[in-house]
Every structure is written in structure tokens, then in C-alpha cells.
Design a protein around this ligand. Structure first.
Ligand code: PLP
Length: 398
């Protein structure tokens, strides 16, 4: 006999049967090179803690001090009584850091896309006129959701293909009121990077607004300043989305770019107007992260030295590591069951690295994804490489 939740039970068993059911691993220690995962101490290759800031002493100190001075929460949305001096300081520092005119700090990177896209493009309630978004085929879920929420037409162009972007702009733009081109900076499943220079040229040629989401590029590319710096395009993109929850090690999102847009979003962005501000502890820790990044490039350099060492080791062992240009290393294994078994055996051997399969990546392209960080030591990397070699031989991958 059914009841009104039968559809849920059905979908849950579908997930189980297709191997897509998510089982949460529980962390028993801070995010760091070594972590206690489901009660076991393992070498961690799964967090986006690129610079090792998530458990950094200076960051923790800043957060503790902020609690003493500012309390634990703002108890208001930014537009009513939630804007504390810390938020303004952080926005100013982030804008300077990125070399843009202005910045808005919101609750998360996910939120930043929901906040930024709908005010820029959509459908006019009175006239019915629609706008158009040109979106890379592999853009992040938060961009896709922000785009859907806007009500604009979404036209996808082929992954990292500026010529195809030009084709879809030329064919579609005349049918719509205005356009926005949006791309991830670094694509987190493959570690490849968008051809930002070519995309910028195309978008400018047709008068289309430009937006890049640099969640995996900040603290990593361009000496730590992100993908826009990597391409020497500072101040050119209209909107740069960022997150404070990856390389910055804390939590929060940022919408940076042209002042005309950021000013407008302070009036219009719904997560900014209707959801409370980020806590003082988090905001102060983000400020400390900017300090650390501005004081020294040591952590960024260590991140890249580790990345090169690990990638070279994996290639020498005979693994296929795809097309990564960043510290993200996809270890290509093909079928999802093999990737899952590989990950399970790595864990038995003390290494935590996640298997990723369909639908997050295309069928037949299942992989283990290794996230390199500055928190790892050379010995950690050697240990990781040895575990990959052992399991790779056991499973006949190398
Ligand atoms: C991780 C990620 C986000 C989400 O950032 P959070 O701060 O974790 O919400 C948004 N966009 C891209 C491209 C990401 O990789």
C-alpha cells in the first residue's frame, strides 16, 4: 500500500541501484593534509584547501579575536543592520586584491551566482522581452541554477570553445534583448581552464556582458590572484565570482567587478537582501587570508611545486591524468565500478581520494580526483604515489 511518500522511496532505491546514492563520510578532525575520516587517520586528497588555510594558526587567531570583539552573528541581513565594519573592510580588500573597482561579500560561492545573474538578465515582466545567457557546456551547478532562476534563455556553447561561443552569440543575440557570457575559470572535474582571453574578445565584439566564476582559480592561478590575472585581464571582466571556501579556507562568496554592477547588485541581489550576513568570525578569517596572500607567495609556490611533483610521479607510473592545467589531478579510470574500487583500496591503504562518476562526469570517464595542496609535505606525496602505484598494479590499471 502506498502513501504520499512513495515517490521518495522509489527515487531513493533508484539511486541505490544505479550506484549514485551518496553516503556521507564523517570527518573527525580539521581539514588538513592528514585527517580522521570515518574514524581512520588518512592522507587527505579530497578538500579544496589549496593553501592549507582551513586550519592555519593566523586564521584561527583572527576568527577568535573577532568573536570577542563582534560576537558570533550579525542577526540581520546586510541591507538592514547586518553590515558590520568587517564586511566593508573585506570587500575593499578583495577588490584591491583582485584589481577591480568594487566587491560584494555574500554567504557562499553558490549564493554569489544566484545573487549576480538574475538582476543582470531575465525576462521583462511587462513587455515579455527575454535576455540570453551564453554558458559553457560544463559550467558549475550554481551557475546553471542562477541562470535558470533568472528566466533568461540559456544557450550552451561547447566546452572551452571560444569559436563556438562566437557562433552561438552571432546566431542568437539578435533574437534577444541583451546577452551575458558566463564561464567557470577552472573546471573542477578536469582541472582545465577557460580560454578567457578569446572569450573576452568574442563577448566584447558583440557587446555581451562577461562573467567568470573563479572558485578554483583564486589562490591558485595568477600568483594567487586568480584566472583573470593569469590572462592579464585585470579589471576587464564585468563580473568575477569567487569563493572564500576553497583556497581561502573559510566560507563565503564574492561578486567582484565593475562598480556600476556591484552598486546595482547591492540594490537587487536577493541573497544579499533577504538572507543574513556572514558571521564576524568567518569575515575576519577571510581578512586574515587576504593578508597572508598579500604578504607572501610562499604558499602558492609550494602548492605548484607539490602539484608538479605529484603529476610527474603519476605520469611516470603510467597513469592517465587527463588535461589538467591546475592542482586538480583527475586520475582517469574509465568505468565507475573500477574508480569506486580504486578509491576503496586507496582508503584501506591510508589514502583518502574520491571516485567521481556519472552524472558528475560523462559515462566512461570515471576517475579518482586528487586535490593537491600546500599543506602536503614531500613525504606525504611520496606516500600517496606509493599507494596509487600499489593499487594501480593490483587492479591492472598500470
Ligand atoms: C565550489 C564552487 C562554487 C561554490 O562555492 P561555495 O562557496 O562552496 O558555495 C561555485 N562555483 C564554482 C565554479 C565552484 O567550483
Amino acid at each position: 500500500m502506498g502513501d504520499k511518500f512513495d515517490f521518495i522511496r522509489q527515487e531513493m532505491s533508484n539511486l541505490q541501484e544505479s550506484g549514485l546514492f551518496i553516503t556521507l563520510r564523517v570527518m573527525g578532525s580539521p581539514a588538513d593534509a592528514w585527517m580522521i575520516v570515518d574514524g581512520k587517520r588518512v592522507l587527505n586528497f579530497c578538500t579544496n584547501n589549496y593553501l592549507g588555510l582551513a586550519n592555519h594558526p593566523a586564521m584561527k587567531e583572527a576568527a577568535k579575536k573577532a568573536i570577542d570583539q563582534w560576537g558570533v552573528g550579525p542577526a540581520a541581513v546586510r541591507s538592514i543592520a547586518g553590515t558590520q565594519e568587517l564586511h566593508i573592510q573585506l570587500e575593499k580588500r578583495l577588490a584591491e586584491f583582485k584589481g577591480v573597482e568594487d566587491a560584494l561579500y555574500v554567504q557562499s560561492g553558490f549564493c554569489a551566482n544566484q545573487a549576480a545573474i538574475p538582476p543582470l538578465v531575465g525576462r521583462d515582466k511587462d513587455t515579455g522581452e527575454q535576455d540570453v545567457i551564453f554558458s559553457d557546456r560544463l559550467n558549475h551547478a550554481s551557475i546553471i541554477d542562477g541562470a535558470r532562476l533568472s528566466g533568461a534563455k540559456i544557450v550552451v556553447y561547447e566546452h572551452c570553445d571560444a569559436r563556438d561561443a562566437e557562433r552561438v552569440i552571432r546566431e542568437n543575440l539578435p533574437k534577444y534583448r541583451r546577452g551575458l557570457l558566463v564561464t567557470d575559470g577552472v573546471f573542477s572535474m578536469d582541472g582545465d581552464i577557460a580560454p578567457l582571453d578569446a572569450l573576452y574578445e568574442v563577448a566584447e565584439k558583440y557587446g555581451v556582458m562577461t562573467m567568470v566564476d573563479d572558485a578554483h582559480g583564486e589562490g591558485v592561478l595568477g600568483g594567487g590572484k586568480g584566472i583573470v590575472h593569469h590572462f592579464g585581464l585585470q579589471g576587464k571582466f564585468d563580473v568575477e565570482i569567487g569563493t572564500l571556501s576553497k583556497a581561502f579556507g573559510v566560507v563565503g562568496g564574492v561578486i567582484a567587478g565593475k562598480k556600476v554592477i556591484v552598486d546595482y547588485l547591492r540594490q537587487k541581489a536577493r541573497p544579499f537582501l533577504f538572507s543574513s550576513a556572514v558571521t564576524p568570525a568567518d569575515t575576519a578569517a577571510c581578512l586574515a587570508a587576504v593578508d597572508l596572500l598579500e604578504q607572501s607567495s610562499e604558499l602558492v609556490e609550494k602548492l605548484w611545486a607539490n602539484t608538479e611533483y605529484f603529476k610527474k610521479g603519476m605520469v611516470q607510473l603510467g597513469f592517465d591524468i587527463g588535461r589538467s592545467q591546475t592542482p586538480i589531478v583527475p586520475v582517469m579510470l574509465g568505468e565507475a565500478p573500477l574508480a569506486k574500487e580504486f578509491s576503496r583500496r586507496l582508503f584501506e591503504n591510508g589514502v583518502f581520494a574520491m571516485a567521481i562518476g556519472f552524472p558528475t562526469v560523462p559515462r566512461g570517464q570515471a576517475r579518482i580526483r586528487v586535490m593537491n595542496t600546500a599543506a602536503h609535505s614531500r613525504e606525504d606525496l611520496d606516500l600517496g604515489l606509493a599507494a596509487f602505484e600499489k593499487v594501480g598494479r593490483e587492479l591492472g590499471v598500470i
